[in-house]
Design a protein around this ligand. Sequence first.
Ligand SMILES: Cc1cc2nc3c(=O)[nH]c(=O)nc-3n(C[C@H](O)[C@H](O)[C@H](O)COP(=O)(O)OP(=O)(O)OC[C@H]3O[C@@H](n4cnc5c(N)ncnc54)[C@H](O)[C@@H]3O)c2cc1C
Length: 426
Amino acid sequence: MSTETHTDPIYVVGGGHAGGEIAFALRQQGYTGPLTIIAEEGHLPYQRPPLSKAYLKGECEASSLYLRQQAAYEKANIDVLLSRRVERIDRAAKQLVLDDGRELKYSKLALATGGRARRMTIEAAARAERANNFHYLRSIDDVIAIRSRFESGKRLVVIGGGYVGLEVAASAITRDVNVTVLEALPRVLARVTAPQMSEFYERVHRNAGVDLRTNIEVTGLDFNEAGDAVTAVHCTGGVVIPADVVVVGIGLLPNTEVAQAAGLDVDNGIVVNEYAVTSDPDIVAAGDCTNHPSTFCGRRIRLESVPNAVEQARVAAASLAGKPKAYDSVPWFWSDQYDLKLQMTGLSQGYDQFVLRGSPDNKSFAAFYLKAGKLIACDAVNRAQEFMVAKRLVAACQAFDPAVLADESVPLKTLAPPVQAAAPQS
Ligand SMILES: Cc1cc2nc3c(=O)[nH]c(=O)nc-3n(C[C@H](O)[C@H](O)[C@H](O)COP(=O)(O)OP(=O)(O)OC[C@H]3O[C@@H](n4cnc5c(N)ncnc54)[C@H](O)[C@@H]3O)c2cc1C
């Protein structure tokens, strides 16, 4: 077993959006020492949002998802170890142990281990995972397997009516697949939006031809004789839905096991401070795997979004480079389904007032969420320009008159605080 050492090597564990961004941001921050990304997947860091959208529809190549091509890593002198997993972090020895037994000394470490798809817990799920038409969706490889089954007339059952499940449904319909979506809760997107938004999306999907069912739980699965394919999905109420392919989108579990085993603080994510530093000052973390303090929300949160992965990655890199800056951003996210671009900012949980600007019937509107008079979130559908203003309104944490928010004759930008000039870089 060899132990490789360098003067001051930094390793990034995880080659997703956050991992890729940390490495390049570190170079931008002036770090010139040895820098390596260790990535479990066999691809250069890539963007996942198209996995349930353009890439699933077959509209783009895998390499177009890469955040940067190989040449950019070479130019920046960033090594990428693909298809390699970090099994253990020995903090006392400041050493990583890889799945091929290699031991690597680090001076500092960045954890960007993201998350994995939440597995179904019904008894048949373990058997289904060995079948060739039952899939979770997190990676390029998952999508390659799924979309190869999208043929006209095939029957797709999507389990889970969250963003990923609904995007899969919208993409599959464009390939002439017969789609059924099963959601256990009384409405889709229940955890993240108001009933009015759920209603709107349910209507859009049904109009597109999706058989969308709510309040229905999966209880079992049927298999073919060889046992290598799921043939039907059993649900509460004795409902049986024949299936040629099943895609499960029921959420994400953060990859925290390696951090936890190393003794780092973990609580629904790797616990970091506002500088993205973990409970070990030599280890930072960023992206879906972290639990971080949010000034905006007034509590700790764990986010699953590209903007969070990118912005927190830059904060983590700044800390590694000895130029700490606090992470203080308002959550935002987007989802593309059919001809609808949904953009969301803030977190709507706990809202007590819902205000519509424009009409869902026109497929262009904004929904504002207020709590005790203060604006806490906005969902905008096909309103990109207003969304940019809404981000500033939500970030202002102020009270707004609901009647004015709803009044389309009042331009939103007249309500927004002035844009702050960027502080000079020190
Ligand atoms: C289908 C889909 C659609 C999405 N759509 C949107 C969207 O529209 N908008 C949006 O904002 N967000 C979207 N997201 C979420 C967004 O993609 C994630 O928030 C983002 O990818 C998080 O990046 P990350 O680097 O933190 O984690 P990840 O992308 O999960 O990357 C972590 C990487 O680390 C690897 N890894 C884990 N442990 C180890 C280890 N021990 N050793 C080596 N490697 C390891 C993992 O294999 C993985 O490759 C979507 C996600 C999915 C799956």
